[in-house]
Design a protein around this ligand. Structure first.
Ligand code: TRP
Length: 334
């Protein structure tokens, strides 16, 4: 075993290159990864294998893969000290997922709420990959002996099943996998839809409920102006006022002000003025990120090189765990 006092903890996370990433993904995921990179060894993945559990347009999936990597960097993740790679470039993910499939129970996968939601949303394509999605996610995490997994609230159940699979495997074969912990940030963990504030803001929503990280300034301001709010008029955070609470959370995340400060700032001003301020704050912040994003995206050689080098480094780590697993389960090696 390595000396645990010396070993820097490992963080692994990923986003699917499906749909346009939203300010919800930014506030709930990408932005919270930035402070982690100083303290931990971070591995950031573009999880394209997961994306095809829902039908994708091939040319779009290909394009979005590189765009997402450029967006990771634009959001402040440093290309020198972290590993960035694309999941399908490291075969160990699919390989370990197969093995773990044989250590995961049909019953436990049936209980996953995301499977239930997604199979209802895509009832014409309830494929086996959608069902075993959490097993591939477990493989992602366990391959790197990950300590911390920064995820949104909606992924907590997938992390729990990852731990269940790991302890089942370790129970049979000894200590093969490190037990990962979820890392769920306090603020911004869940940004809701602007039009249906009881639901999560989603990449696949095209009805104006989501602000994409690629929206232009006017679109952002207009979408926020049209956000659903309740019948009140005072800017106050309160139980059940989902629309206003959501806008306050967004504003707080982009300005650094807390709820008490926001309430004071908009005292007596009403929802209209508040929404205008939120729109401007979001448009400014997203605009700055887009400038950096465009510069990264224009440099294809750099991005391609980064993902190639990242895949090599990731494969080295992943294959160590995979070899151990193959040996434990009894696969013959000449
Ligand atoms: N399922 C995650 C999501 O949709 C994405 C993901 C795949 C992931 N593999 C992962 C997140 C491993 C963290 C760690 O958000």
């Amino acid at each position: 075993m390595e000396n645990t006092a010396e070993r820097k903890k490992i963080v692994f996370s990923g986003v699917q290159p499906s749909g346009q990433i939203t300010i919800g993904n930014y506030l709930g995921a990408l932005r919270n990864w930035v402070p982690l990179q100083k303290e931990y060894n971070c591995i950031f993945c573009v999880v394209d294998l997961h994306s095809i559990t829902v039908r994708q347009v091939p040319a779009e999936l290909r394009r979005r893969t590189r765009e997402l990597l450029a967006m990771y960097l634009a959001c402040g993740l440093d290309d020198e000290n972290n590993i960035f790679f694309v999941q399908s470039h490291v075969p160990a993910h699919a390989e370990l997922a197969w093995v773990l499939n044989c250590y995961t129970m049909f019953g436990e996968l049936s209980r996953m709420t995301q499977f239930k939601d997604k199979s209802a949303a895509h009832s014409d394509n309830v494929n086996a990959g959608l069902f075993t999605y959490p097993v591939l996610m477990a493989a992602d995490i366990l391959l790197y002996q990950t300590d911390l997994v920064p995820v949104g609230q909606d992924q907590k159940q997938h992390l729990e099943i990852t731990r269940d699979i790991a302890s089942r495997f370790n129970g049979i074969y000894g200590d093969v996998f490190r037990m990962p912990e979820p890392y769920i940030p306090q603020v911004g963990q869940k940004i809701a839809s602007l039009t249906e504030p009881e639901k999560k803001m989603s990449k696949s929503d095209t009805s104006g409920g989501s602000v994409s990280m690629f929206d232009d300034r006017d679109t952002i301001i207009r979408k926020i102006k049209r956000a659903v709010t309740d019948s009140g008029s005072e800017v106050r955070y309160a139980e059940g006022k989902h629309g206003i609470n959501n806008l306050m959370t967004i504003y707080s995340c982009f300005t650094g002000r807390n709820f008490a400060e926001i309430e004071k700032e908009f005292e007596g001003l009403g929802y209209g003025a508040f929404k205008e301020a939120v729109g401007l704050a979001v448009a400014d912040a997203v605009g700055k990120i887009q400038e950096k994003y465009n510069a990264y995206l224009a440099d294809k050689d750099f991005l391609d090189g980064l993902m190639k080098q990242g895949a090599e480094r990731a494969a080295l780590l992943a294959n160590r765990t995979l070899s151990k697993v193959y040996k434990k389960v009894g696969f013959y090696r000449p």
